[in-house]
Ligand binder design. Structure first.
Ligand code: AMP
Ligand code: ZN
Length: 490
């Protein structure tokens, strides 16, 4: 497949070099809070890439870090009066629950910063032995960027005239200044820390990713991914320290996911347009619709999240699932319709070509909806034949191998979110009609529907109507059809 490479700014073929599997690293979450939909846009597109590569028959070794120590974590853990590990465990668990809810596959390796301290220390010692790392009076260690002439090659910033020795020690940076950056931060009084050969302290943020990537993927590997905000300085710093330490090229290919805007603006708590996945689930939106929406805009395009588009996404999933059920149910006459067969073949070809072309998810999705439209019309006109169904189902399965929205786990996921909200005392934020809809389990609804059918048979229409109204009040719609009664949640 072809993928845009930030390093060099060109679209290039993505393939494994020197190993049977594609080795890829994605910067993972900093576990100090719940993940927001911007974070998940990035992780979802990496999931799309991963799933497509696997679908194409490639083997993948995918590593993601969990940043479980940094300035914000130390600050928040201290404020909460908790040891760092206890504070981060809760948010890490939440991150993986959210990832599962969104259908994000687990990487082959999840590496914790706090479990790779010896590798980070070894790397700083390596750099220090050649005076590329130096220690300051307070005991911290810095990377001397004047010793890495290629600094800026990823973000293509020109750092002519860098001030030698100008330093930065916080994890949040000025965006345009090149500074010697902290590799190891000496501990401040009362701070949680590690005692190592570098002195007592904790790792800087950038060294974590270099050490973890190299530990699991080797000094050189195929792909490094993350959100666009990480390009500078985080990824630039990863390259500088890794290539200085190993003497080899670090990642060959760099993928950056463009930032998500919400209602046209940068997402921020103070603007009131900041949403975690859990916020949206409590408002009654479905996990599948959130996944579908966040991946439908190609990763290099600016995406603007709106509630209008989330509703459209919900409708699109309904259309897709209804079509899938229609195909599964079958009952079409024998034979093969040539036009539908061609539409299925075209959809498969267009879908694959779109994703192979820099992961164009919008075109891949459009290819499948073209097929849905053609096949639905053919079925309505009694042209669709039994012989078309297996091909259509195969193309749908291919699509769903990457988009992963056909299986309906939505009610189960929302119930889990409600249980969490209850435990956190946040149930008041939940949409009340959704809570009512979910108060009945699928089995309870099936039983009521069966009772209603029975009541109608015995001409007890009063009871039948009472059941219909009870279900309607809870947002459950009944549809009488010639093959029996179907129900769905509003
Ligand atoms: P963090 O947990 O802050 O380290 O971020 C985890 C990932 O989410 C990183 O790859 C970030 O670049 C990415 N990210 C953060 N905000 C957004 C956003 N608004 N849109 C897309 N990706 C984002
Ligand atoms: Zn990173």
């Amino acid at each position: 497949m072809e993928l845009f490479n930030t390093l060099g700014g060109k679209t290039e073929t993505l393939e494994p070099v020197g190993a049977p599997e594609l080795r890829m690293y994605c910067c993972g979450p900093t576990v100090y809070d719940y993940g927001h939909i911007g974070n998940f846009r990035t992780f979802l597109h990496v999931d799309v890439l991963r799933r497509f590569l696997l679908e194409q028959g490639m083997k993948v070794r995918h590593v993601m870090n969990v940043t479980d120590v940094d300035d914000k974590i130390i600050r928040n853990a201290t404020m909460a009066g908790l040891p760092i590990a206890e504070y981060t465990a809760k948010f890490e668990r939440a991150f993986f629950e959210d990832s599962d809810a969104l259908g994000i596959q687990r990487p082959e390796y999840v590496a914790h910063a706090t479990s790779c301290i010896p590798e980070m220390v070894a790397m700083v010692e390596n750099l220090a032995a050649r005076d590329i790392a130096y220690q300051t009076d307070d005991g911290s260690w810095y990377f001397r960027i004047a010793r890495f002439p290629e600094y800026g090659k990823l973000s293509r910033k020109d750092f002519e005239g860098i001030e030698d020795g100008a330093r930065v020690d916080v994890d949040e940076y000025e965006k345009d200044a090149a500074r010697d950056f902290a590799l190891w931060k000496a501990c401040k009084p009362g701070e949680q820390h590690w005692d190592t050969a570098l002195g007592c302290g904790r790792p800087g943020w950038h060294i974590e990713c270099s050490a973890m990537a190299m530990k699991y993927l080797g000094e050189s590997f195929d792909l490094h991914a993350g959100g666009e905000d990480l390009m500078f300085p985080h990824h630039e710093n990863e390259i500088a320290q890794s290539e200085s330490a190993s003497g080899h090229a670090f990642a060959r290919h760099w993928m950056h996911v463009r930032f998500l805007l919400v209602e046209g603006r940068k997402m921020s708590k103070s603007e009131g347009n900041f949403y975690t996945l859990r916020d949206l689930l409590l408002k009654g939106y479905r996990a599948s619709a959130i996944r579908f929406l966040l991946i439908s805009v190609p990763y290099r395009h600016q995406m603007n999240f709106t509630f209008e588009s989330l509703k459209e996404s919900t409708n699109a999933i309904d259309r897709l699932r209804t079509f899938h059920q229609r195909m599964l149910k079958g009952g079409f006459p024998e034979g093969l319709d040539e036009a539908v067969a061609q539409a299925a073949a075209k959809a498969e070809k267009d879908y694959t070509a779109a994703l192979a072309n820099d992961l164009n998810t919008a075109e891949a999705r459009a290819a499948i909806f073209d097929l849905v439209r053609t096949a639905n019309s053919a079925a309505d006109a009694h042209a669709l034949r039994a012989g078309n169904v297996s091909e259509i189902l195969r193309v749908l399965a291919l699509f769903d191998g990457v988009f992963a929205v056909l299986e309906d786990r939505d009610a189960e996921i929302t119930r889990a979110a409600l249980a969490w909200a209850e435990a956190e005392g946040r149930l008041g934020e939940a949409d009340s009609s959704m809570v009512a809809t979910l108060s009945l389990s699928d089995e309870a609804i099936d039983a009521l529907v069966a009772e209603r059918t029975q009541a109608k048979k015995t001409r007890n229409f009063a009871r039948a109507d009472a059941i219909r109204n009870e279900l309607l009040a809870k947002g459950i719609l009944l549809e009488d059809s010639k093959d029996g009664v179907r129900w769905k949640r509003k």
